[in-house]
Write a protein that binds this ligand. Structure first.
Ligand code: AMP
Ligand code: ZN
Length: 475
C-alpha cells in the first residue's frame, strides 16, 4: 500500500511514489546556535517517522537534512562569546545529534553543512545572475528578482494578480532579512555583501566578499545530493513562506527543472499548555528540561508524535503522563505475547524493522491509518484496539514490530527502570525534582538531605546521565 500525505503544493492528498529508484526527501535541518526545543523536535520526529513508514511500505529512502551553520544568529552568538563560528556551531551540532539519538531518530542518509557548500551556492547564484533572474546591488549583495518569476507564490498561494512584486520591501529598503511576512513580498538576498558585524565570517565571490543568504543553501545542497528535481521536501509550517517559496523560485529559475519538488510536507506547530512557546513564558522546553523533570526520551517522543502532523499539537504534562501509561500498556501486551510465543525480548527487538506483512493481521487497520495521510493518532487508536487480541501469533507479533519501527517506539527502552511500572507519588516526584535542581546548583548538602528524605519515605533516587530515576525501595 502506498503512503499518502497532504501535499501543500497540490492542496490535496497525494500518494508518495518515487520518480526513480530511491524515494528522495529533503528536510530543512536545525540552525545550530543553541539547544533545539521540543517544537523543533516535533517537526524532526514527524519527518523521521514518515521516513520509517515509507521504509515499511517497501521503499528505499534517501533522506537529506542540512545543518544551518551560518546565518545572522550563529554569527551574532559566536561573536558575543568570542569563539570561531566553527567551534560554536560544532558544539550545538553535537548536542543536536545527542538529543536525536536519545529520541530514537534515525540519522539522515546525508547531513550537509551550509559552510561546506559555499561553492555550490555560488554556482547557483551565478547561474541566476547570468540568466537575468538575479541582480547585483551597489554593496555587493545579490538579489533574486521576483518579477522575473511568473510562478512565484504557487506554494504559499499568493495572489499574483494583486501582488505588487517589488525590488524593495514596504519600507523602501533592499530586503536583506532572512525571514519576512507575506505582505512584504520583495526581492530577497541570495548573497549578502560583507558587513563589519560579520567579523571573519565571509567568503570570496565574483561580487566581492560576503556570505550566502539563508534560502540558497537548501536549493544548492538538495540539488547536489538529490538532483534538480526530487520527490519530497519537509519542514515546519513556518517555513512554507518565504523560505520554501524562495527555494522553489531559485531552483526552478536556475536549473529549468520543474517541479523542483513533487510533494511538499509541512507539519503544524507545537504549542505548550495552549500557548505559543517562548522564553519569556518559561515554556520553551528542551529535551534536557523534560528529562530533568523525570520523563524519558521515549515518553517525550511518543507525546510529540501522538497528534496529527497537520494539526497544532498542544503539548501538556498530562500528555506526557498519558504517553507513559500508553507505552507501559504496549510493553505489557508485547511481553505477554512474547511469552506465549516463546520469543525473548532480544529476539523481538530484532523484529522491530520494516518488512512485515500487515494484511490479514490484527494491525492491518493501524497500518492503513499510517498510509492514509500519515494519520498517527488514528493508527495509535487502532493499535490499542488490537492489543487485547495480541496472542502468540507470529504474524501479528512481527506486524507489531514493524509498526513500532515506523513510529520509532522502542517499548522495551528502559524496561529495567521500575519507575515506569510503579507510579511514583507526586510528593516523591517533587522531592526528586527539588533534589535535581539542588544538585545542578551544586548545593550538594541540600541534595543529600532531599535524597534521604525520599529514602525515609521508601523511595530511591538514582542519577542518570541527564536526569534521575525514582524507584521503590525493595523490602
Ligand atoms: P530552525 O532550527 O529554527 O531552523 O527550525 C528547525 C525546524 O523546526 C523547522 O522545520 C521549523 O519549521 C521547526 N519548528 C520551529 N518551531 C517549531 C514549533 N513551535 N513547532 C514545530 N516545529 C517548529
Ligand atoms: Zn531549508
Amino acid at each position: 500500500m502506498n503512503v499518502s500525505i497532504h501535499n501543500t503544493l497540490t492542496r490535496r492528498k497525494d500518494e508518495l511514489i518515487p520518480s526513480e529508484g530511491a524515494f528522495r526527501m529533503y528536510c530543512c535541518g536545525p540552525t545550530v546556535y543553541g539547544p533545539a526545543h521540543i517544537g523543533n523536535f516535533r517537526t524532526f520526529i514527524v519527518q523521521d517517522a514518515l521516513r520509517r513508514t515509507l521504509e515499511c511500505a517497501g521503499l528505499k529512502v534517501k533522506h537529506v537534512r542540512n545543518i544551518t551553520d551560518v546565518d545572522d544568529k550563529t554569527i551574532r552568538e559566536s561573536r558575543k562569546l568570542g569563539v570561531s563560528l566553527k567551534e560554536f556551531t560544532k558544539k550545538w551540532e553535537d548536542k543536536f545529534h545527542e538529543d536525536c539519538a536519545k529520541l530514537n531518530m534515525l540519522p539522515p542518509t546525508i547531513e550537509p553543512r551550509a559552510t561546506e557548500h559555499i561553492a555550490e551556492q555560488l554556482d547557483m547564484v551565478s547561474k541566476l545572475v547570468g540568466n537575468g533572474h538575479a541582480y547585483v546591488s551597489s554593496d555587493g549583495s545579490v538579489y533574486f528578482k521576483i518579477s522575473s518569476c511568473p510562478t512565484y507564490g504557487k506554494l504559499a498561494g499568493l495572489d499574483r494578480d494583486n501582488m505588487a512584486t517589488q525590488a524593495t520591501n514596504s519600507a523602501g529598503e533592499a530586503n536583506n532579512a532572512d525571514e519576512y511576512e507575506r505582505e512584504n513580498v520583495s526581492d530577497f538576498a541570495l548573497w549578502k555583501g560583507r558587513k563589519p558585524e560579520d567579523g571573519d565570517n565571509f567568503w570570496r565571490s565574483p561580487w566581492g566578499e560576503g556570505r550566502p543568504g539563508w534560502h540558497i543553501e537548501c536549493s544548492a545542497m538538495s540539488r547536489k545530493y538529490l538532483g534538480d528535481s526530487f520527490d519530497l521536501h519537509g519542514g515546519g509550517i513556518d517555513l512554507c513562506f518565504p523560505h520554501h517559496e524562495n527555494e522553489i523560485a531559485q531552483s526552478e529559475c536556475a536549473t529549468g527543472a520543474v517541479p523542483y519538488v513533487k510533494y511538499w510536507f509541512h507539519s503544524a506547530h507545537l504549542m505548550v499548555e495552549g500557548q505559543k512557546m517562548s522564553k519569556s513564558l518559561g515554556n520553551l522546553y528542551t529535551l534536557d528540561d523534560l528529562v530533568a523533570k523525570g520523563y524519558t526520551p521515549a515518553q517525550i517522543r511518543y507525546a510529540l508524535l501522538s497528534g496529527h502532523y497537520r494539526q497544532q499539537l498542544n503539548f501538556t504534562f498530562k500528555g506526557l503522563d498519558d504517553a507513559k501509561s500508553a507505552l507501559s500498556k504496549m510493553r505489557k501486551a508485547a511481553s505477554s505475547a512474547l511469552e506465549r510465543a516463546n520469543i525473548s525480548v532480544a529476539e523481538f527487538k530484532k523484529m522491530i524493522k520494516p518488512g512485515a506483512e500487515f494484511s490479514g493481521t490484527i494491525f492491518e487497520g493501524a497500518w492503513n491509518a499510517m498510509c492514509d495521510d500519515f494519520n498517527v493518532p488514528r493508527a495509535l487508536g487502532e493499535i490499542f484496539g488490537a492489543l487485547p487480541k495480541l496472542s502468540g501469533e507470529k504474524s501479528d507479533i512481527s506486524a507489531f514490530g514493524s509498526l513500532l519501527y515506523a513510529l520509532g517506539i522502542d517499548v522495551f527502552a528502559g524496561a529495567e527502570d521500575s519507575a515506569e511500572e510503579v507510579p511514583v507519588p507526586d510528593e516523591i516526584m517533587d522531592i526528586a525534582r527539588k533534589r535535581w535542581e539542588a544538585k545542578k546548583a551544586k548545593d550538594f548538602a541540600s541534595a543529600d538531605k532531599l535524597r534521604n528524605e525520599a529514602l525515609e519515605k521508601g523511595w530511591i533516587i538514582l542519577d542518570k546521565k541527564d536526569g534521575f530515576s525514582v524507584s521503590p525501595k525493595k523490602a
